[in-house]
Design a protein around this ligand. Structure first.
Ligand code: NAG
Ligand code: NAG
Ligand code: NAG
Ligand code: NAG
Ligand code: NAG
Ligand code: ZN
Length: 659
């Protein structure tokens, strides 16, 4: 049955139903759609009915018209962001618009290093300077001794005892972070806190190390022959955002990026399952497994000794910034200690820890708004403020990572479209900055991931690289290589090599030499040089189970080889588990199976459910001679809802049903 009307597009076949539920109205088909929508979308897994007889659902199988990457070793189809196979799962109406301006009227703002009261806003809220008493406390990071620290070492802040009163309309602030509040001095809310806000006021001049770097650049650039500072490098990362999700939810941002001449990398592929392994790949050039022996032994060990690339920039005299919006997830702290000493000159973490303590949270991990700003706007303003203050005086390296936006739901990224595009435009127009607008991975689990399209989206995070026009003129081969590489296979390791490439170009005195000597990883290559046409996933540092270059062909779940492959995956899983604390898994069912024709060793991609717990896994099983071999981790494709605190590693947390 096919029903169509102008405002409603709803197609129902026996095995599938595709509706744009967003436009539901009281038309005949509406009722059918609602019923099916509830039936399908309320389910956390792909319903049985959606999985076609021979396995994978989705439309990509048949006639691929266009390729995003089409090289001798890699073919990645150009995917339709609105492919009918996933429309059911986009849940465009879930979540509500985040409008921080509407829910909070700002009484205070920052102007330079001054805190300014907005008397109009105070009056409009029904108060006056005599019916409220406002003050601010400073927020400071507290560090533990290197010899005696605990797993919370990166989480301590203290507030000044004194609450500095705000009586004047303007007041100079001498702290990096402050917490403002106002108390009513008259009934009915006598002594209640009626206003709260948080501010970052990066104080570059007061930090000794920062001042030293600026002085050094000053003496260098005094030379009239060479009065330019190197470009800033800024990483703007949004967690959980596939390339296609950007196309669905960030229209303005993408338009802005195109207008500026930023280049989108169509074959940019993740190299690890979740945030940490992907982050360390572009920040250190190493895989998680390679990094561990270099700088930490367990997750409880701090990462202060890790060769993160901001250290190279620090040696070369760059000011460094680390700015994440969610202290307990983000790049370095999820189930980990993080850093004992602040890793960069500017570290936004103390402010965000204070925000999580005092502001209403959207969930345990994040707040949507800080005062009348969206959380990411606070991060963006912090970055712009730092760059603007030292502009022309010293170059800046920024690692920023935003998790709040997509943490509930990746569609919520759309609420950040305005602020992201504005930020990117400012970076381009007002600063001399090379930036990377990127993500770590796409949707890793949930109904979309269980479609053929989701198989791709998970693996292909968004990545746009911007070189300012002046540098394009100066280094035309950088930009032309980048444009060529857009249609090649690339990965996070390449970003690491690219930023080092830029640094080396400007580090004429070779100040970062010690960093290079100690810790250059062999992986990846600069995106500002041509990537080999015949690059394979292996050469790009992408393991077989994360490689999007060859798509599995559907194969029956009743195939004997498939069954044997699933059994061997189950054995592998069982052998990985400490069975004294985890239940011995059994095979529930094989959900679907695919087959990748690699000449030497064909690969079966098996999606299966294990019990207890209804765990959904995707696993690549290679057939070598007559044996099945598993070389890569099983990917857990449904959400971890039951605490797995009987085990201590990230991997086992995804594998173990605690007894
Ligand atoms: C002060 O508050 C009023 C009312 O909320 C607002 O319209 C105005 O833009 C604010 N002024 C500044 C400088 O932010
Ligand atoms: C100025 O810097 C550029 C690179 O940034 C370098 O190529 C050039 O040699 C420098 N000139 C002088 C006079 O130091
Ligand atoms: C990513 O998005 C999915 C789907 O909206 C959500 O369930 C998940 O929690 C998100 N993950 C992260 C790390 O934000
Ligand atoms: C780096 O290595 C080179 C070659 O081994 C050596 O000559 C140089 O002194 C080293 N530099 C530093 C700063 O350690
Ligand atoms: C890729 O091409 C280069 C040069 O054309 C060649 O040296 C190399 O062996 C090729 N690699 C593969 C894996 O085919
Ligand atoms: Zn992530």
């Amino acid at each position: 049955m096919t029903l169509r009307s102008r405002s409603l597009n709803c197609r129902c076949l026996c095995s599938r139903c595709i509706c744009s539920v967003r436009f539901l109205s009281a038309i005949s088909c509406g009722t059918i759609c609602i019923a099916l929508y509830l039936l399908l979308v309320k389910n956390t897994h792909v319903p049985e009915s959606l999985i076609s007889a021979n396995g994978i659902s989705g439309l990509l199988d048949d006639n691929i018209l266009k390729y995003a990457v089409e090289t001798s070793q890699c073919q990645i189809p150009e995917i339709n962001p609105w492919d009918p196979s996933i429309l059911n799962f986009l849940e465009p109406d879930r979540g509500f618009p985040i409008d921080c301006r509407a829910s909070h009227r700002s009484w205070t703002r920052i102007d330079g290093t001054e805190l300014v009261l907005n008397l109009t806003a105070i009056h409009e809220s029904g108060y006056s300077m005599t019916s409220i008493r406002c003050c601010y406390r400073t927020i400071e990071r507290v560090e533990q001794p290197l010899s005696d620290y605990d797993i919370n070492a990166d989480n301590y802040v203290k507030y000044s005892d004194k609450c500095h009163s705000l009586k004047k309309e303007r007041q100079k602030i001498d702290a990096d972070f402050i917490r403002v509040h106002c108390v009513a001095t008259t009934p009915p809310l006598l002594d209640d806190v009626v206003y709260r806000d948080f501010f970052a006021i990066p104080q570059s001049e007061s930090d000794r190390l920062v001042a030293k770097k600026i002085t050094e650049w000053n003496s260098k650039t005094k030379n009239p022959d060479n009065n330019t500072t190197p470009p800033n490098i800024v990483i703007v990362g949004i967690d959980n955002n596939s390339r296609m999700n950007s196309h669905r939810n960030l229209k303005k941002t993408l338009e802005q990026l195109r207008k500026m001449g930023a280049v989108e990398l169509l074959g940019y592929t993740k190299v690890g399952e979740n945030t940490f392994p992907n982050t360390v790949a572009f920040i250190s050039g190493y895989s998680e497994a390679e990094l561990m022996p270099i700088c930490y032994n367990t997750n409880a060990d701090p990462q202060d000794d890790c060769p993160y690339v901001w250290k190279a920039f620090d040696s070369a005299g760059y000011l460094t910034v680390a700015a994440e919006d969610t202290p307990y997830v983000g790049g370095f702290n999820y189930l980990k200690t993080g850093f004992l000493r602040k890793p960069c000159d500017f570290y936004l973490r103390p402010l965000m820890l204070a925000v999580l303590t005092y502001m209403p949270r959207a969930d345990y991990y994040h707040t949507d708004c800080i005062g009348s700003y969206m959380t990411e706007e606070v991060v963006f303003n912090y970055i712009l403020e730092i760059i603007k203050r030292v502009s022309g005086k010293a170059p800046v390296f920024v690692h920023s990572w935003l998790t709040s936006l997509a943490h509930h739901n990746y569609n919520n990224i759309r609420f950040g479209d305005d602020s992201i595009s504005t930020f990117i435009q400012s970076l381009g127009e007002t600063t001399n900055t090379i930036f990377f607008f990127m993500s770590d991975h796409g949707q890793r689990f949930g109904p979309i991931r269980e479609t053929s399209q989701g198989w791709y989206e998970d693996k292909l995070p968004t990545q746009w690289v911007y070189i300012p026009p002046k540098l394009r003129e100066q280094f035309p081969d950088w930009h032309s290589s980048l444009q060529e590489n857009a249609k090649k296979l690339t990965s996070h390791y390449d970003v690491y090599k690219t930023i080092l490439h830029v640094l080396k170009t400007y580090d004429l005195e070779n100040k970062a030499e010690e960093y290079y000597n100690r810790s250059i990883s062999q992986k990846g290559q600069s995106l500002f040089q041509p990537v080999m046409e015949n690059r394979s996933c292996d050469e790009a540092g992408i393991s077989v189970n994360l490689c999007a270059c060859s798509k599995p062909e559907p194969i029956s779940v009743d195939d004997d080889q498939v069954k044997a492959a699933a059994e061997s995956a189950l054995t592998y899983l069982t052998n990985s588990l400490p069975l004294d604390v985890c239940a011995k898994p059994t095979l529930g069912r094989i959900v679907r199976a695919g087959y990748i024709r690699v000449p030497s060793r064909p690969i079966y991609v098996i999606t299966m459910v294990t019990n207890p717990g209804d765990f959904l896994f995707e696993v690549n099983v290679e057939k070598e001679h007559d044996k099945f071999v598993i070389r890569t981790d099983l990917l857990r494709m449904n959400k971890i809802t039951r605490p797995a605190n009987c085990v201590s590693t990230n991997l086992l947390e995804r594998y173990c049903y605690c007894l």
